[in-house]
Design a protein. Structure first.
Length: 225
């Protein structure tokens, strides 16, 4: 595994919003299984670790009241300081997301580990001092029909429980759930999740200077030798 980058930089900026990252420990056979083939389970895990590293690097640079990884598994050398670790709850993904929000108070924004191309600019609308003025929820749609980000001014697990996950209509159902609850919803940019090799190439091209792009390039070079 790659060694973690230096973490002696300036302290992370404070803010009013709790930032959650829902993630799995990047172990072969447990993450990014749709990348195999063309990648081996070990290579897919390396890409997952790189994606998580990029995501956490961005999170550490953003203004937040707390920075938390909601983790299925154990933390490893990829985890930088300044990130709290909370164990994922049991059940399906909807239940685990609901539990993550239930453990928070005040404005909370949850993102995944499948969009390593995220930038501060992508998340800035939901993290400023005025982000929650007249806004109850932030929603980040994904190209595959899911969502990559969800923010709630007042975390309520009921808003997530029962939403079908990992299907093409996930995002539409989740956003409708927010609207039907009478919430004022604002949207974040449309992004592409890394699920397949084609997704990986697209995301690496969008963020060529990240760890994910470097790991993908290394694996690609190794494959053609």
């Amino acid at each position: 595994m790659n060694a973690p980058e230096s973490t002696t930089a300036r302290p992370a900026p404070a803010g009013v919003t709790t930032l959650l990252v829902i993630a799995k420990e990047p172990l072969p056979g447990r993450v990014k299984t749709r990348l195999t083939p063309p990648f081996s389970p070990t290579e897919a895990a390396r890409l997952a670790e790189a994606a998580l590293t990029d995501t956490l690097r961005t999170v550490r640079a953003l203004p937040a009241a707390r920075r938390v990884i909601v983790l299925d598994g154990r933390p490893g050398p990829w985890l930088p300081p300044g990130i709290e670790v909370v164990e994922q709850g049991p059940g399906g993904l909807d239940e685990r997301l609901a539990a993550a929000f239930a453990a928070c108070t005040g404005p909370t924004l949850l993102i995944g580990m499948d969009t390593p191309q995220i930038t501060a600019a992508d998340l800035a609308p939901a993290l400023s001092s005025t982000s929650w003025d007249g806004c109850d929820a932030w929603f980040g749609p994904a190209e595959d029909g899911g969502f990559w980000a969800l923010g709630l001014a007042e975390p309520d697990p009921v808003l997530l429980r029962g939403v079908p996950m990992s299907v093409p209509e996930t995002g539409a159902v989740q956003r409708r759930r927010l609207v039907d609850a009478g919430l004022s919803v604002r949207d974040l940019p449309l992004l592409r999740d890394v699920d397949t090799a084609a997704d990986a190439a697209h995301v690496a091209a969008r963020a060529p200077d990240g760890r994910f792009a470097a790991e993908l390039a290394r694996l690609t070079r190794a494959a053609v030798r």
